[in-house]
Design a protein around this ligand. Structure first.
Ligand SMILES: Cc1ncc(COP(=O)(O)O)c(C=O)c1O
Length: 424
């Protein structure tokens, strides 16, 4: 055993399961298995045209050296213009800070506002990296459930109860449209949350990677609410809307005071974000909105196709998501009958339900205990492949012998306590 000890934080760190399942799916594919990949929230489309071309030109023009930590002025101004147009805001480049995607702002937000022992309200199921970033600061996530019967919308009384806990209650993580459930908080929900925290020492992290993917109603950002710029950090990404997940580009919108501090955090960690990626992003914002909207419409068609097809499977309960490119069916009855956990069921569909064909997806518990009994499918495959995946499911759910064999090899997926269902 090495003498050097790892920190308790390092020992306890759990990575995002989507990337683990991605690796398993790729391994099966390399071995010749036909796998429909619905495990990770990525786009099947190429990076939008003007973004791609601007990135290539920027590299050719030598925009490949260090640049300002907070972001190129032309990037920050392009973002401010874009946000002002979208949400009728009054931002300048001073309100914008660049990041490599949206995820990094979870960490920076926590570093800006939290002290050890502080409490953070997190709606659950939740994005898997929220807790590690809260815990990185020695702060404590406080979970509250998003319920299927409430269309996975945030419960306002739970927010009220959290704020009433006193001075330790320091922050709220909000994500709408919501990964993994596809729920969308209404303008009234968001207004109510803002009214509960306005002027108090409670900061809001508004994680909005799916702001162009609201299918029911329209996307509403807390930035539209009075004074919220002073106590909110809203995070956006080019990953989903402009199919740029591998470019690693996003931004946060907040007060100039907070943006400056986040700039210091970038300076002391990443130094800067590649200038050619920022120039690609600025061009995408200015010139690719039509292509973006076409892609968003295609996503909408895909989630509707998938949700409607899943609705024909008995024992499974699902509605069309109100936003995002995820479908989140309740599979509790199937799990109870087969005696398998929902992530066990997901892994069985990939690994063991058939020798030649598999479906990669995630059990809801990858998003916390509140997700147990659900499965998350993302829609990043052609429509025909989505149909093939859904056709396969009922057959897979009937292969009791294969499930039993799989559980013998993977006792960790044996369901110890039945999931609650509305009909039991
Ligand atoms: C809720 C949520 N937050 C953050 C991210 C991370 O986005 P990015 O790849 O832009 O860092 C994702 C991506 O799946 C997400 O679903």
């Amino acid at each position: 055993v090495a003498a050097v000890r790892l920190s308790a934080f390092a020992e306890g760190l759990r990575p995002e399961s989507a990337f683990d399942v991605l690796a398993v799916a790729k391994r099966f594919k390399a071995d010749g298995k036909d796998v429909v990949e619905l495990q990770i929230g990525d786009s099947p489309f190429p990076t939008t045209e003007h973004g791609r071309q601007a990135g290539i030109s920027a590299i050719n023009e030598g925009r490949t050296n260090y640049c300002p930590s907070r972001g190129l002025p032309e990037f920050r101004e392009a973002v401010a213009d874009h946000m002002n147009r979208l949400y009728s805001l009054d931002l300048t480049g001073e309100n914008i800070v660049v990041g490599h995607g949206a995820k990094i702002f979870e960490q920076f937000f926590c570093e800006v506002f939290l002290e050890p022992g502080d409490e953070v309200l997190v709606f659950s199921p939740r994005f898997p990296t929220y807790a590690p970033n809260i815990e990185r600061r020695g702060a404590v996530p406080v979970y509250t459930s998003l319920k299927q019967e409430n269309e996975f919308r945030p419960s306002i009384p739970d927010v009220e109860a959290f704020v009433a806990r006193g001075p330790k209650a320091r922050a709220i993580f909000l994500n709408s449209p919501h990964n993994p459930t596809g729920g969308v908080a209404t303008a009234e929900d968001i207004r109510a949350i803002c009214n509960l925290i306005r002027g108090k020492n409670v900061a809001l992290f508004s994680d909005e990677p799916y702001n162009h993917m609201a299918w029911e109603g329209s996307h509403y950002t807390p930035l539209s609410e009075p004074e919220m710029l002073e106590q909110c950090v809203a995070a956006y990404t080019f990953s989903k809307s402009y199919s740029m997940s591998g470019w690693r580009l996003g931004y946060a919108v907040c007060s100039s005071r907070i943006a400056e501090v986040i700039g210091h955090m970038l300076n002391t960690s990443l130094s800067c974000i590649p200038p050619y990626a920022q120039l690609a992003g600025a061009a995408a914002l200015k010139q690719d909105s039509e292509e973006r909207d076409r892609n968003m419409n295609a996503f909408r068609g895909k989630v509707e196709l998938l949700a409607d097809a899943l609705q024909t499977i008995e024992e499974l309960s699902v509605s069309r998501p109100h936003g995002t490119f995820y479908v989140f069916p309740n599979v509790a009855r199937i799990c109870n009958r087969l005696g398998i956990t929902s992530h066990g069921l997901a892994m069985y569909l990939l690994e063991a339900a058939d020798d030649r064909f598999g479906v990669a997806c995630l059990g809801g518990e990858c998003f916390g205990e509140d997700g147990a009994g659900f499965i998350r499918f993302s829609c990043a495959e052609p429509d025909e492949r989505l149909r093939e995946a859904v056709d396969f499911l009922p057959k897979a759910f009937e292969r009791q012998d294969r499930v039993s064999r799989y559980l013998k090899d993977h006792p960790e997926y044996v369901l110890s306590e039945r999931y609650p269902t509305s009909s039991e």
